[in-house]
Ligand binder design. Structure first.
Ligand code: AHR
Length: 498
């Protein structure tokens, strides 16, 4: 059949770098993300670990090239008093994790544990400060504790707790979801509070400057962004956040199963996910009015799919499986971020391990990589590469009442001159053939990898951890400046030309 899908790669028009930080992750004190996820404790475990952090998890995340990790929340961040999590573990106070299952939080994983883990991962920490129930002094002390090189009460305390040199944490969230779990504030009120907190955080971090992220809007709350941009002076903020989850509804039992769903349910999820394009576009337009030079980043610091928890698991722990549906969602969302690379310079998938759209699931000493992991690993070639703008003409994919683009795509050129093109076939019903026009790509060799499976519901289990995994792709042929690529239904392909 003649291809009705056309991608034109404008290889000479690349100017914007795809910031590697859009490939960031999120680790909240929620369910089994930290405890029994990242962290298994130093004692009473046979699982290989360094200071209690699982080595298999570290190795997998390094391979995926995790660029940053946000912690300790989420909603938990606005209940978290960081001083509870330093010093001898036995003496740390036990608190209630009020947002997530009402379980006891023993604070055994605290600031040192997290920041040392980030060093092990080779990733940049992104600390979310407590604005909802903390104080200006607490947050300013936290910055001092982790970043101040010379003598001060906080840096002395840090040294007494075993860490001589500062960690130099650049990325700081000033509260989280201030419109909801972060304090149910109005946008105007939060804008003022933000200014107050930001004033006392200091600006220098080692040789660099601090990167403060204002708690942002949910999905289409454009008024939130407008109010923040209008009321917070540009020199006081480096990033404004945005959260968007793909779900079926927020009511009890409305979110649908992560693994048992129809093709039209899949189309629904994708429809929700693809709204990211419009949301990012509109929030960016508002930011452009106040910040035409795009100095302030749009930071999508929570995104992903949110389903019902797996049967027989704690509803407050948000443990869900992860299928090819989630892989398609990931590929398409990253393509959207690439397209908006000028303004979207950081993002965090929710969440890294055992929570929501996780890249890793664990069970005892077992660990598996989800389809979402594989997409992030395949796409990591785009990190810090120059985005090559594309023109896309795509067929429609329809299921039930949903009409979606069948194809999602993006392209970049890395520092070594290699060109990568990412193509997603969203269509669950049939293969799609795409004609790719390579204006100005001189590279000749062509290789590729594909992630796909027979059914969109397919996923990895602890019994069958490698059911869904990337394999070499042979469905592309090049003829002069034209590639012809045949994509199976629900597939993610990354092509490399060098
Ligand atoms: O990621 C789970 C929760 O979703 C976060 O804690 C909160 O910020 C959001 O509502």
């Amino acid at each position: 059949a003649t291809a009705q899908n056309r991608v034109t790669v404008n290889a000479s028009d690349g100017k914007t770098v795809i910031n590697r930080h859009i490939y960031g992750h999120f680790a909240e004190h929620l369910g089994r993300c930290i405890y029994d996820g990242f962290y298994v404790g130093e004692t009473n475990t046979k699982i290989p670990n360094k200071n209690g952090v699982r080595l298999d998890v570290i190795e997998a995340l390094k391979k995926m090239k995790i660029p940053n990790l946000r912690w300790p929340g989420g909603c938990f961040a606005d209940t978290y008093h960081w001083k509870d999590g330093i010093g001898p573990k036995a003496k740390r106070p036990k608190i209630v994790n009020t947002w997530w299952g009402g379980v006891t939080e023993d604070n055994s994983f605290g600031t040192h544990d997290f920041l040392n883990m980030c060093e092990l991962l080779g990733t940049e920490p992104y600390l979310a400060g407590n604005v909802g129930s903390g104080t200006v002094q607490d947050l300013s002390d936290w910055v001092q504790y982790v970043n101040f090189p010379n003598n001060s009460p906080m840096s002395t305390l840090r040294q007494q707790n075993g860490r001589k040199t500062p960690w130099n944490v650049r990325y700081w969230g000033v509260g989280n979801e201030a419109w909801g779990c972060g304090g149910n504030m109005t946008a105007d009120y939060y804008a003022n509070i933000y200014r107050q907190y930001a004033t006392f955080m200091g600006t220098q971090v080692g040789k660099e400057t601090i990167f403060r992220i204002a708690s942002g809007a949910s999905s289409d709350d454009f008024n939130w962004t407008e109010t923040l941009m209008k009321n917070i002076p540009g020199k006081m903020v480096e990033g404004v956040a945005l959260h968007h989850y793909s779900t079926f509804g927020w009511g009890p039992n409305e979110k649908g199963s992560a693994t048992e769903f129809t093709e039209t349910d899949y189309a629904h999820t994708m429809n929700e996910a693809l709204k990211m394009d419009t949301f990012v576009q509109k929030h960016s337009e508002i930011m452009d009015k106040y910040d035409p030079q795009k100095k302030i980043a749009l930071v999508v610091d929570e995104w992903g799919a949110w389903y019902e928890v797996e049967p027989k698991t704690n509803p407050g722990f948000l443990y869900q499986q992860n299928t090819m549906r989630d892989a398609i969602l990931t590929g398409a969302t990253l393509n959207i971020f690439h397209k908006h690379a000028e303004r979207v310079r950081m993002a965090n998938l929710a969440q890294a391990v055992n929570v929501l759209q996780a890249v890793i699931l664990t069970k005892g000493d077992k660990m598996l990589l989800t389809p979402t992991y594989h997409v992030l690993e395949m796409y990591n070639v785009h990190q810090d590469a120059t985005m090559l703008p594309i023109d896309l003409k795509t067929e429609d994919y329809t299921s039930g009442k949903y009409k979606l683009p069948a194809i999602s795509a993006s392209a970049s050129r890395d520092q070594a001159g290699k060109v990568h093109i990412s193509l997603v076939n969203i269509d669950a019903g049939k293969p799609q053939t795409v004609t790719v026009n390579l204006k100005g790509v001189s590279a000749t060799s062509l290789t590729g990898r594909i992630l796909t499976s027979a059914k969109v519901q397919d996923h990895n289990t602890f019994e069958q951890p490698n059911k869904v995994k990337p394999v070499p792709f042979t469905g592309a042929t090049r003829n002069g400046d034209v590639l012809t690529v045949t994509l199976p239904p629900v597939s993610v392909v990354v092509l490399e030309m060098k």
